[in-house]
Design a protein around this ligand. Structure first.
Ligand code: IMP
Length: 230
């Protein structure tokens, strides 16, 4: 009886010492910093120039996240619900993922699909929206921030704003990574703009041409000879 109690005590002692001495793994050791193998992606050769490097994008997205967080920290007291980020698919998926990781206030995210391009580099002028499960309840009494990859003619943002107002949203803001002011057809007010770009077709970091180039880590200007409709 006594020996079994002694065994239990010894076991417990080892357990406590064991737990206490288990080294905690610092977070930076968990992050895989192994450099990726240097493969030459054929898509790099399709670029006329790199407009924004991965580092430039990360820096600007961080700044935007900080600015939005500060504004939301001030304004959120006015609303009963946390702000809603409405990410416009597909082009803004990468920007949204990076931006939201920089947002320092509680928030929610939903997605809306907008399409105006086929395999062309020119807008068709018709914007179709597909919004699964977005109701008036989702937008009433809160800030809604539309997260867009690029505002070109402005038709897409204009269409989404009209849709949200139709649901009863009163505080709709626009956050876009890129803006092409020279191509604007519809005047849209934007609250947060990452970079302004010239009238040239850009791809990468979520932006595509004919469903390609979205996964590039940088934003580049596509060689005009790769498309013929401009
Ligand atoms: P908007 O309705 O003309 O403002 O067009 C907005 C949409 O067009 C964006 O969400 C993009 O999907 C697409 N778009 C406009 N310019 C570019 C570009 O230079 N590269 C890739 N997509 C673009």
């Amino acid at each position: 009886m006594q020996s079994s109690r002694r065994f239990s005590c010894t076991f417990l002692l080892f357990l406590v010492i064991g737990c206490a001495s288990t080294p905690r793994v610092p977070v930076q050791h968990v992050v895989d910093t192994t450099p990726a193998p240097r493969l030459q992606h054929v898509w790099h050769e399709h670029m006329q120039e790199v407009l924004f490097t991965q580092q430039q994008l990360a820096k600007r997205v961080r700044e935007m996240g900080q600015e939005i967080s500060q504004d939301l920290a001030v304004s959120s007291a006015k609303f009963s619900k946390p702000p809603l980020f409405l990410s416009v698919l597909t082009g803004s998926f990468m920007f949204t993922a990076d931006l939201l990781r920089e947002i320092q206030v509680p928030h929610e995210v939903k997605f809306i699909r907008a399409s105006s391009y086929g395999s062309q580099t020119q807008s068709s002028g018709q914007v179709s929206l597909s919004v699964p499960h977005l109701t008036a309840q989702d937008v009433l009494g809160r800030t809604v921030i539309i997260v867009e990859d690029i505002v070109d003619t402005g038709r897409t943002i204009h269409r989404i704003q009209a849709f949200l107002r139709g649901l009863g949203a009163t505080n709709v803001q626009v956050c876009t990574l890129l803006s092409k002011p020279s191509r604007r057809v519809v005047d849209v007010a934007m609250d947060y703009v990452g970079f302004e770009v010239e009238d040239q077709f850009v791809v990468g970091y979520g932006l595509d041409f004919d469903k390609r180039y979205r996964s590039l880590k940088y934003i580049g200007v596509l060689k005009p000879q790769l498309y013929v409709d401009r």
